[in-house]
Design a protein around this ligand. Structure first.
Ligand code: PMP
Length: 428
């Protein structure tokens, strides 16, 4: 056996517990609320077929060649035009095309994080972000959220504390639109406050926004990027949730100095994103096929979101400590179980009952969130949503009945601050 001398970075790498657990849920007959997958029913196969043919016939020499690391110029122009139409204007030279936003996370980690550097994230935050930033040995400094998103007072206190200790954070990372995992949307007031705090402490803000376009009701809230007047927001976008994850196309909009570093980091990673898929994407943008798809996804997920919320309301036991978010967009909602219930234990039981979800723990860099879980409603059919939630509700009800009298929450006691905020989340 060869004694492989792996790097310290390799020693830090962990398989995502969540993705490992998801494998268990792929049994025939199991209804999964686990992954963050779009519904293939709406995949725009004909439009993609037509654009693929055009990419080969009309731009074949470029499509089958390497492209500049910055991105295929035709695609960057079309992305800039799309951003103009969606209220986030950017110039092509401000854009770096990436192999979807997971690559953006990896590259951003490489250019910003030295081992031990503090960085600010929401609690909870996206599991893939934890994976990418952990590889660079980031020191995760989590800031709590309530039903309006990250709490500015806590954000400022945390930054002040770190600055006071001579360890200013490298950046603030937020997912303001229908956050993964919580489904929570950062309010306009809070967006302004986050920017003001970032400005006060002169910190970059990374805005990760895959779900923004998937808003079901109400007005679109301006992005942090569009509110920023100081060039401190780095915006990450992806086609994964609004078009197809199979393309692996995303982009970063950032000030020139950041783009320059990202380009160098990307050269070491993959030289360039697929020119062929970039060319197809450019035609699809040009023909407004991406926007057509956004409307289809939005309508479908809006219906599924309502089905899930209705069945939760109908089937879940009315017990203190059990609450869930009510998102106006995106793909997920977040459930808090009574404190004494363990989401992982419940999952093992759920899997035998052929229903699955993702445990909350993986979304906390500090390993908390043991009584929380994420439900996805974009992938299962409406019928599966109804049956799956009924199964889950039965299991939760059984656990409540089986809980010892010490633990069984009667709703008589005063909720803790954390529980109170989760209750507000459920109503918000
Ligand atoms: N950021 C967030 C917040 C996400 O939810 C996801 C996908 N689940 C990603 C980044 C990565 O997505 P992709 O690489 O497919 O663009």
């Amino acid at each position: 056996m060869v004694d492989m001398k792996f790097s310290k970075m390799a020693a830090r790498l962990r398989r995502s517990e969540i993705r490992e657990l998801l494998k268990l849920t792929r049994q025939p007959g199991t209804i999964s609320f686990g992954g963050g997958l779009p519904d293939p029913v709406v995949f725009p196969k004909e439009a993609v077929e037509a654009a693929s043919l055009r990419a080969i016939r009309e731009r074949g020499d470029q499509a089958l060649q390497y492209s500049p690391t910055e991105g295929e110029p035709f695609l960057k122009e079309e992305i800039a035009a799309y951003m103009q139409r969606t209220g986030d204007p950017a110039r092509p030279e401000d854009i770096l095309v990436v192999s979807s936003s997971q690559q953006a996370l990896d590259l951003l980690a490489r250019i910003f994080i030295d081992p031990g550097d503090p960085i600010i994230v929401e609690r909870p935050t996206y599991v893939g972000t934890i994976q990418a930033f952990r590889a660079m040995d980031a020191d995760f400094q989590g800031v709590d959220m309530d039903d309006e998103g990250i709490i500015p007072e806590q954000l400022e206190a945390k930054i002040a504390e770190l600055v006071g200790a001579g360890r200013p954070p490298k950046f603030i990372y937020v997912i303001p639109d229908f956050q993964n995992p919580s489904g929570i949307n950062l309010t306009l007031e809070r967006r302004k406050q986050v920017l003001a705090i970032a400005s006060k402490y002169n910190l970059p803000v990374i805005e990760d926004s895959p779900y923004r376009e998937l808003r079901f009701t109400g007005e679109l809230i301006p992005s942090l990027y569009s509110l920023d007047t100081e060039g401190r927001v780095i915006l990450m976008k992806t086609l994964s949730k609004i078009f197809t994850p199979g393309f692996r196309i995303g982009w970063v909009v950032a000030p020139p100095a950041v783009i320059d570093k990202l380009v160098m980091a990307k050269q070491g990673a993959d030289l360039c994103t697929s020119a062929y898929v970039s060319m197809i994407t450019a035609f699809l943008f040009q023909d407004r096929k991406i926007e057509e798809q956004v409307v289809k996804c939005r309508d479908l997920y809006k219906r599924k979101n309502k089905v899930m919320l209705d069945v939760l309301e109908r089937e879940m036991p009315k017990v203190h400590g059990l609450s869930w978010s009510k998102p106006d967009g995106g793909m997920f909602l977040w459930v808090r179980l009574p404190k004494y219930m363990d989401a992982l234990e419940l999952l093992h039981e759920a899997i035998t009952e052929k229903v699955a979800y993702v445990i909350g723990k993986g979304f906390y860099a500090d390993g908390s969130g043991g009584n929380e879980l994420r439900l996805n409603y974009s992938y299962p059919t409406e019928e599966q949503i109804v049956i799956g939630i009924q199964r889950l509700a039965r299991l939760i009800t059984k656990r409540i009945k089986n809980g010892s009298s010490d633990h069984t929450d009667t709703g008589q006691s005063r909720p803790s601050v954390e529980e109170e905020s989760s209750l507000r989340t459920a109503k918000g």
